[in-house]
Design a protein. Sequence first.
Lengths: 341, 341, 341
Amino acid sequence: MQFTAAQLAEFLDGIVFGDEGVQVDHLCKIEEGGPRGLSFLANPQYTPYIYRTQASVVIVSKDFQPDQPISATLIAVDDPYQSFARLLEHYDQTRPNRTGIEQPVSIDPSASIGEDAYIGAFAYIGRNVQIGRNARIHPQVFIGDNVRIGDEVQIYPGVRIYHDTVIGNHVTLHAGVVLGGDGFGFAPNQTDSYNKVAQIGNVVVEDGVEIGANSTIDRATLGSTILRKGVKLDNLIQIAHNVEIGENTVMAAQSGVAGSTKIGANCMIGGQVGIVGHITIGNRVRIAAQSGVGQSLPDGAVVQGSPAFDFKAYQRAYVYFRKLPQWMRGFTANPDTSTPK
Amino acid sequence: MQFTAAQLAEFLDGIVFGDEGVQVDHLCKIEEGGPRGLSFLANPQYTPYIYRTQASVVIVSKDFQPDQPISATLIAVDDPYQSFARLLEHYDQTRPNRTGIEQPVSIDPSASIGEDAYIGAFAYIGRNVQIGRNARIHPQVFIGDNVRIGDEVQIYPGVRIYHDTVIGNHVTLHAGVVLGGDGFGFAPNQTDSYNKVAQIGNVVVEDGVEIGANSTIDRATLGSTILRKGVKLDNLIQIAHNVEIGENTVMAAQSGVAGSTKIGANCMIGGQVGIVGHITIGNRVRIAAQSGVGQSLPDGAVVQGSPAFDFKAYQRAYVYFRKLPQWMRGFTANPDTSTPK
Amino acid sequence: MQFTAAQLAEFLDGIVFGDEGVQVDHLCKIEEGGPRGLSFLANPQYTPYIYRTQASVVIVSKDFQPDQPISATLIAVDDPYQSFARLLEHYDQTRPNRTGIEQPVSIDPSASIGEDAYIGAFAYIGRNVQIGRNARIHPQVFIGDNVRIGDEVQIYPGVRIYHDTVIGNHVTLHAGVVLGGDGFGFAPNQTDSYNKVAQIGNVVVEDGVEIGANSTIDRATLGSTILRKGVKLDNLIQIAHNVEIGENTVMAAQSGVAGSTKIGANCMIGGQVGIVGHITIGNRVRIAAQSGVGQSLPDGAVVQGSPAFDFKAYQRAYVYFRKLPQWMRGFTANPDTSTPK
């Protein structure tokens, strides 16, 4: 890529302050920027860098008021982060795409594959599979029997999709994701061991979902494990059988949800959170990292702790937890008389 | 599938109440049941649904006493959940199985493969590998040199089995499982960095074990990391080198066990539990989710917390933890005089 | 292998006590040793075993003073663990190596592969990839476009390396590792859903790094996610975009680091630790297992808890946490009057 500040300003609907003709050829961080670099300033914490960055052009907010001289040319826009994200996207799309069906692959004759699909080498596509338009099935992917996949999906190398899974449009699955493994269902028997409970349901992943590397979503015992539209899961997440996650809920890495729990829409769930089975989490719930949620939560709840309760109450209780040694030593100046048995 | 209530009752050794001739053609949840659906009632919490379910047939306990009219035909059995599990199993087995050896595969000429095995495309089978009867080695599996595998195993796509691993009969390994990666062994050296300690032991997985997707079981430094008969591991579990897990112990997702720890039989270990290395956990121990076990535990212990201690004591302590702010504010009404330094 | 005690003593620069001609043919644990076995004693906890082991030869410290008769031949060395590690290494290297390029593989004509490389079947190597000397690329590995890999690497089956990743010399990646998946970057939009932020940076893995099975290292949004020389990561670890981990830092299994955090050199991070984004951890920091680090830490800090604070202070506070029920019951003998509202 190579653009002038003037061209960028037009593309981003921004206003240039400085040299309209200066050229940039790469994107960079403001703290590391060099000549011909294009950066941005969105987080006020980074403001000091704008006075010493070597980047040639910096995208700033229309509200930004410099209080020192700046050597970079500025482009003022309404939302600098969003503008920069557009440029990242633009840059990312310049990578050459593969097309067509590489060899060797194993595609069952009963499978149907949409127009302009890319199927990488060593991919395996089972019986009665349906794949939509512009699908990008990278090398070494496994797609089991009767799987249905929508349009414009990105399925990265080594994803495993068990039979009967249903995937919508614009879904992204990162490397090593497993969809549709058996739910963890075992019934104790008379010999102190367990009988497996067959898991005959499936996994449904709706439009716009993205799932991070090596995450695992189990198939339902009966019915479906469901990720609703726009759900975003980070890496190494575990979703058990019959869980349902509401629209646009976001989960950070290494979190897990146990069987049959329903999570609402627009929740934000931190990393390494655990949520027990058979409960209901409302909409717009926020759960702090490493929390363990043991009971249902109403809409808008904000919680922390293991077991989790109100976030602010947890923070306060933890402050006192830290002070316990100091406190208790005070009360036990004469432990023989004041300590309860 | 298509059965009458009478046929099902005979199969399940149950008694029909209602229309013996009514037909069902699918299994369903009682709360979502529709015409021609077959459901069950085991958990009393779901009893209200039986009075309004649209399922045609519901399997119930012989002890069940309705207190309102029910439109579904009932089949009364001794254990409705187990009866339903038998039907799930039956249904699951109607899926068409693949057979034979697909192409391309890479099988070393020195490998020996039992009767009626299925080997999926892109599987890799190393030197001196032995695989038993009726094995199902799905596509894209890797089996290293000298691995021995028993009869009737299910090894799902993308499983990686390093050299020298020994696997029993009736074992199920879900997609992405890694058996036999190097234990995490490094010895600090004089230059403030680490020398790798070679890991020359192996992994032994006994009969009837099931391991969930993307779990990792490391090979022993010397000797074996061992999962005893009937162990059930959920997804994304980490078992370090030289660990031994006793018969029929069950671990929920995202738990981890550090090196050389021995866990007894018939334990139940919750999700996201961590267990330190070099300790011994007794038989029938129960560990609450997210606990961190830092020392050996006797038979029958029930623990929670990080570090973990007696479950009930943890629950009680946590109740008081939540009350700390309220309490301490009470004691510090006049903080200048009552607060210990 | 087959050696006499005298040969081993020469190899290890040790002194024989006992029969110089006794032969050994395998390595074993001291507590399980049998005839012709070679074991070692480093941890004093295992001293009692030396008086009853059946191993033919035991490597001991030059400082070791037996207080009972010992049937095994002893070899006294400066550091028995390191001596034994050398033998493990030696033994491990006797395993026959594969060489050459197996078929089928998919290697782009523009890729360059160094001398004496091994490329296993079903591997996929993209455009402009450069791989160094003596690389061992095991079966079913995926290497995306423009990846650069150094000399003497071990890349185990099913590793996925996205485009633009840079890997140094003597790096080991275990099965199922994913390098370079997209960082978890989403910007909320006006419709209450999220726009993906393209991740155009890469992952850099320096010399001597080892990464455990199924761990995931995300690519940077801009710039690089970096693992410095000698970093050792255990299994199922998550490293988010733009994280940097300093030289020789070690992380145990199932830990995670959120975006843009910088970790210093020579840190020791326990299992299941979570570290928030955008903070700085100093050098030689130690973090106890299951801790949650929520703020920057200076050099040499030792912390525990969620959120984490000073390790000893945590241990003390936790002792009092366990005593809370006993304490508070004492103070509330008459709860109606003494409990604050």
